[in-house]
Design a protein around this ligand. Structure first.
Ligand SMILES: [Zn+2]
Ligand SMILES: [Zn+2]
Length: 178
């Protein structure tokens, strides 16, 4: 089925999951379901970096991907990394349609600022649309306002989206029409 299933990894606030689900439904015009969660795969933990390897998490999610959905967004609340970078907000495996986003760095509190729930949810929505966008064949976009722009910092995330630029939107629409 053309659809997205959301899999929480570890304990995730249900309100933010609901907001993400609604935003994905609207952006990709498909069914979105929130599944029962799984526990955090401890083999992904790098004890030296005190972060979790996002590619290991993707592999785990791939192994439990439900057959009735062709895309997965997994959501985790620990810091993620890939060896080449200090951290990542998320990662996508475009071949399997499996993605992961981390909520850890999306809260104002992470930076010693006052909590802002609306901003936190909006950032989570942006990261989710960005990663799922990759599974529709969209690459990184050079337009800093487009949701497919690569977020190096949270400032990039705050500055972009949540919509697609016209170029990305027309690529996505070509895909959605099929
Ligand atoms: Zn990306
Ligand atoms: Zn774009």
């Amino acid at each position: 089925m053309e659809g997205i299933v959301i899999i929480p990894i570890g304990k995730i606030d249900s309100e933010v999951l609901r907001d993400i689900a609604n935003a994905l439904k609207e952006a990709f015009h498909c069914e979105v379901e929130i599944n029962k969660g799984i526990s955090i795969p401890q083999d992904a933990l790098n004890t030296r970096r005190r972060q979790y390897h996002s590619t290991t998490i993707l592999k785990k999610i791939k192994s439990i991907k439900p057959e009735n959905f062709n895309r997965v967004l997994s959501v985790i609340d620990v810091d993620l990394y890939v060896p080449e970078l200090n951290f990542v907000f998320g990662e996508a495996d475009i071949y399997s349609g499996v993605t992961v986003i981390s909520l850890k760095r999306l809260r104002q509190e992470f930076y010693g600022l006052r909590p802002d729930k609306g901003l936190f949810h909006l950032r989570a929505i942006k990261e989710a649309i960005h990663e799922i966008g990759h599974t529709y064949g969209l690459d990184h976009c050079q337009n800093p306002k487009c949701i497919m722009y690569f977020s190096n910092t949270l400032r990039d995330t705050d500055n972009k989206g949540p919509g697609f630029c016209n170029t990305c939107l027309s690529l996505l629409e070509d895909y959605l029409v099929v």
